[in-house]
Design a protein around this ligand. Structure first.
Ligand code: 6PG
Length: 240
């Protein structure tokens, strides 16, 4: 695992740098394998990145979009990660509908949606149960509590090691999330973190020793590249 930490002057610079890395990674994946796969983060930080990606001239027919996690709401709900990415990016480019793989959130039981998404990932990557596919890029954020995707502190999702997708839990609200083992298979994991409110969590996440159950983003130690992009407000006190 190669960890790179870059502190950018402000959020705009962070977005610009993340765009450069994402485009580079997707283009090289297409050059090597004929297609690329990216799993999106939710929340607010990545929205301007998605707006910027929408303006890129990428081979959308060779680009496959998945999600790293999703709130258990419909796509038209204000909190939907799918809805945010479609509004900011996907509805502005001619990407085939079959290339967009949203997490299902309509089943009464979230665990059934997790199984359904796992099967969709396995079918796409043509992997067998138990085999972990490799996404080219997985975008992540972290909360001021040190969570990432929907892997929240001291929740069962942190200990799921035999699945690709599981049910997360934020204050009793169900989420669908990729598991840490699947995220750690990615060729490139790119964290985007902005704001002074993330400083304390980052100090724990980057500490040599700390509690992974309390700061789940620590569990993200991919075999591929791990790139943390921080704005100055988030990263100024770090000596990472
Ligand atoms: C989500 C995200 C989550 C997010 C962090 C940071 O569904 O909320 O996937 O893991 O990345 O909570 O969110 P902000 O970018 O809004 O700070």
């Amino acid at each position: 695992m190669k960890r790179t930490v870059e502190v950018l002057s402000d959020k705009a610079a962070l977005v610009e740098r993340s765009l450069q890395i994402v485009v580079e990674q997707l283009k090289s994946a297409i050059a090597e394998r004929g297609f690329c796969t990216i799993a999106l983060a939710g929340g607010s930080t990545p929205k301007p990145l998605y707006e910027a990606i929408a303006k890129q001239d990428l081979p959308w027919d060779k680009t496959h979009v998945f999600w790293g996690d999703e709130r258990y709401v419909s796509a038209d709900h204000a909190n939907s990660n799918e809805g945010m990415a479609r509004k900011a990016w996907l509805s502005h480019v001619d990407i085939p509908a079959r290339n967009v793989h949203p997490m299902p959130t309509h089943q009464p039981e979230p665990s059934d949606s997790a199984v359904q998404y796992e099967q969709e990932i396995q079918a796409f990557f043509k992997t067998q149960p138990g085999e972990l596919p490799k996404f080219d890029v997985i975008l992540l954020g972290t909360g001021d509590d040190g969570h990432t995707a929907s892997l929240f502190p001291h929740t069962d999702a942190l200990n799921v090691s035999d699945r690709l997708v599981t049910v997360g839990n934020k204050d009793g609200q169900p989420r669908i999330t990729l598991t840490a083992p699947l995220i750690n298979q990615a060729r490139c994991v790119l964290f985007l973190v902005a704001g002074a409110n993330k400083q304390d969590a980052l100090a724990h996440i980057f500490a040599e020793e700390d509690d992974n159950q309390q700061y789940p983003a620590r569990m993200i130690q991919p075999e591929g590249e791990l790139i943390w992009l921080l704005d100055r407000a988030a990263g100024e006190k770090l000596d990472a």
